[in-house]
Design a protein around this ligand. Sequence first.
Ligand SMILES: C[S@@+](CC[C@H](N)C(=O)[O-])C[C@H]1O[C@@H](n2cnc3c(N)ncnc32)[C@H](O)[C@@H]1O
Length: 399
Amino acid sequence: MSSQYLTLFNTLDTFLNQTQEFWRFEPFHLSYADCELTANNSLGRWLLSLSNQEICELKESPELVTQSISQYIPSLAETIVDTQVLSLNSSELELPRGVSEGVPGRKLDQIVAMGSAVLERHVGEEWLEWCSGKGFLGRILAGQSNQKVTSFEYQQALCDSGQSEANRLELPMEFVQGDAFCSDSAAVFNDKQHAVALHACGDLHVTLLQRAVAAALPAVTFSPCCYHLIKHDSYQALSLPAKGSLLRLNKTELRIPLQETVTGGERVKRHRQMEMTYRLGLDYLLRIELGKNEYVPIPSIKKSLLSDGFEAFALWAFEQKGFNYSDTFPLDKYLKLGEERFWRMERLSLIQQPFRRLIELWLALDKILYLEEHGYRASIHEFCSRSATPRNLLIHAER
Ligand SMILES: C[S@@+](CC[C@H](N)C(=O)[O-])C[C@H]1O[C@@H](n2cnc3c(N)ncnc32)[C@H](O)[C@@H]1O
């Protein structure tokens, strides 16, 4: 097999293997160790020289981070240029009245962009919408093509709601409730369908590809997400080149691409900083006051509780874990340590930032190569802006 994607995959694979020390770590946990951020090398010196304000500015500007870090990591800049994914310029869709009803704003941008891209590349006589939710994308496809859409979804309530909306709009859609991982789900595939999936998580999009290949579908188009939602402990490569790669990604590393989120407003940033600071401060408290040698995971907390302060957070966390709280804990000291660790974590995550997309592309290229191995011509593009969703890769394959 020789494709441009195989060349790209090999370039990325070699680069990611060579640079593991720069991305294979967890900034949250590493921020506790005292050995990692030293002034012994030029990258460490640069990171330590940054003020908190400069760290915030860099986080807002991925290009600037890459430019700055490229000085310290050979081939980073070239690899990013070589593996650049082009954006699609799909035509604007005119949606009939009612089709977008109930679809939240950003979701609407995503489905309209994906719908348009998929319609322009349509091959087949009907559609299969995999893990459809309420079938927002399917509604567009049914409305524009007037072809049958089978929307496959696990949650009965979403099927019911999607079906009643489709009936109201008189769209040719049929919802099928089922579990993608159950062998019965193969029965919804047939060789006339173009299968589509918007944001199908980990094993769900892998199963889609395996079933699509087995049923010889004429086309499949999907945008992957949540790479860590898999049943194995580590990523199970699909294509021969990825199976032969030395790169093994565990679930924590599969989350690295997802660290890139749409930066929310000031309030979201403030909440994140507060929550991280509290969690890191609490980690010190548990280690020093209770002698816990390992990080103790604390459940997620309602954001509104954060404004009650560090003491309330610590009390809540102790209650959750059934630990004995003492009023004599020097909370100011731990809050300060938490703040210092927060900024250490932010510094460290700057190094990982340029690798997020590269790891995501390695995962996407594995899917492309797998589809090529099974007789498909595949391609990858960005289907919408990163501000609509950072999970904006679209893989399209035709038999
Ligand atoms: C991230 S959502 C995407 C939904 C929809 N495609 C969209 O973008 O609005 C993933 C969907 O997969 C469904 N799902 C999760 N596990 C499933 C399974 N085992 N079988 C079928 N669907 C599943 C969920 O219920 C959810 O609706």
